[in-house]
Design a protein around this ligand. Structure first.
Ligand code: KG4
Ligand code: ZN
Length: 334
C-alpha cells in the first residue's frame, strides 16, 4: 500500500437517493469519511411511492453533478481517486444500473480498480465512520426495505440471525405516519410527533411475544395503529405508542440475540438508526452499540466508499467489470 491514504469514491443509486461519497483508508488501516453528498428525489412524493422508471431517469440526470459535488467537498480532483466502488444490489435494477455503470466507467477512465458493493454491507460499514469495526459483532440493519439481524463472526462473513416476517421497520414508520396524516418520510415525522404524545394512550402489544428465535414483525403494530386511528386516537399519541413499542421490540430481540451469540458489540444501521429513541435505548443497554455518523444512516454513497475500504483492507480482489445489477441479493444466504 502507498504511503499516502487510499481515496475511495463510493456510489449508491439503489432506490430514490443519488448518493456519492469519498472515504480514505490510511496505510495503518484506519478509515475516514471525506465527503458525503446525497440528492434525494422528490418527484415520487406525489405518487405516494417510488416509481422505478422515474428514479432511474433522475439518477441519470443527477449523478454527474453529485459526483462533482462530492469530489469538491473532499477537496480532490477525479485524478486523485484511487478506487471506485458502487452498489450492485439489492435494489431497483434500473436505478442500480445507473450508479454501477457510471462507477465502472469512471474506474475505467481513471485506470483504477472497481469494487461492486452490497447495499447492506454498505449500511453496516457506515458505522465504521464512528468506531473501528472489529468482528465479532452483531449487525441490526433497519431501513425502509430491510430489517435484518446478522452475526458477523469474521470480516466479510455474515450469518442471518433474524429478519422481518412482514414489513420492514422503516416501512412501518412510513405507513403509520401516512395513516395518521403526519407526512413523508414517516420516520422523522413519527419521531417528532411522538415527543408531543402520550405513549400510554394507545395500547400496542409486543410483537412475537415469547418467540424463541430473533425474528421481527410489524404488521400487528400497524393493525393496532389502524384500529386506534379509526377509534379517534390522536396522531401524536399513535406516534408515541408505536415508536415506543417498535423501539422496545427491536432492542429486546437484539439483546436476546447478543446474549445467545455471546456478542457484546452491536452495529445498528439503516434509515431507522437515525431514530433518537432507538439510539437512546441502545445507549442505555448493556451492549456496546455503534451507530453511523450523521448523514450516514439513510442511503448514501459514503457508506459504499467505506464498504470499499473494508474490501481493500481485507485484501479482496477487485470486481470484474462484467458484474451486473441484482434486485435480490441475500447477504447471508437467506
Ligand atoms: O436506509 P434508508 O434510506 O433506505 C432503505 O435502504 O430502505 O431508510 C429509509 C427509512 C424510511 O422508512 C424512513 O422513514 C426511515 O428510514 N427513517 C426513520 C428515521 N429517519 C429515517 N425511522 C425512524 N426514525 C427516524 N428518525
Ligand atoms: Zn438502504
Amino acid at each position: 500500500m502507498n504511503a499516502r491514504p487510499t481515496r475511495i469514491l463510493g456510489i449508491d443509486t439503489s432506490c430514490d437517493d443519488t448518493g456519492v461519497g469519498v472515504a480514505e483508508l490510511t496505510p495503518d488501516g484506519r478509515v475516514r469519511v471525506l465527503a458525503n453528498r446525497v440528492w434525494s428525489q422528490t418527484v415520487h412524493a406525489r405518487y405516494g411511492g417510488v416509481l422505478p422508471e422515474l428514479a432511474s431517469r433522475e439518477h441519470v440526470e443527477r449523478i454527474d453533478a453529485v459526483t462533482g459535488d462530492a469530489l469538491a467537498e473532499a477537496g480532490l480532483t477525479g485524478a486523485e481517486v484511487d478506487v471506485v466502488a458502487a452498489t450492485s444490489g439489492p435494489g431497483l435494477v434500473g436505478a442500480l444500473l445507473v450508479g454501477l455503470m457510471y462507477g465502472k466507467g469512471l474506474a475505467q477512465a481513471l485506470g483504477v480498480p472497481f469494487y461492486a458493493a452490497h447495499h447492506l454491507e454498505g449500511h453496516i460499514f457506515a458505522a465504521a465512520s464512528e468506531a473501528e469495526l472489529a468482528p465479532p459483532y452483531l449487525a441490526l440493519v433497519v431501513s425502509g426495505g430491510h430489517t435484518h439481524l446478522f452475526d458477523v463472526p469474521r470480516e466479510g462473513e455474515y450469518v442471518l440471525v433474524g429478519a422481518t416476517r412482514d414489513d420492514a421497520a422503516g416501512e412501518a414508520f412510513d405507513k403509520i405516519a401516512r395513516l395518521a396524516g403526519l407526512g413523508y418520510p414517516g420516520g422523522p415525522a413519527i419521531s417528532e410527533a411522538a415527543r408531543r404524545g402520550d405513549p400510554e394512550a394507545v395500547p400496542f402489544k409486543e410483537p412475537l411475544a415469547g418467540q424463541k428465535g430473533f425474528d421481527f414483525s410489524f404488521s400487528g403494530l400497524k393493525t393496532a395503529a389502524l384500529l386506534a386511528h379509526r377509534a379517534g386516537a390522536k396522531p401524536e399519541d399513535l406516534a408515541a405508542g408505536f415508536e415506543r413499542a417498535a423501539v422496545n421490540f427491536l432492542l429486546k430481540t437484539t439483546l436476546r440475540a447478543a446474549q445467545a451469540y455471546g456478542r457484546d458489540t452491536v452495529v445498528v444501521s439503516g434509515g431507522v438508526a437515525a431514530n433518537r429513541a432507538l439510539r437512546e435505548a441502545f445507549a442505555a443497554s448493556p451492549v456496546r452499540a455503534v451507530f453511523p455518523g450523521q448523514g450516514l444512516n439513510t442511503d448514501n454513497g459514503a457508506m459504499i466508499a467505506l464498504a470499499g475500504a473494508a474490501a481493500l483492507r481485507a485484501g479482496r480482489p477487485p470486481s470484474p467489470l462484467s458484474e451486473g445489477a441484482v434486485a435480490y441479493a441475500p447477504l447471508a444466504g437467506a
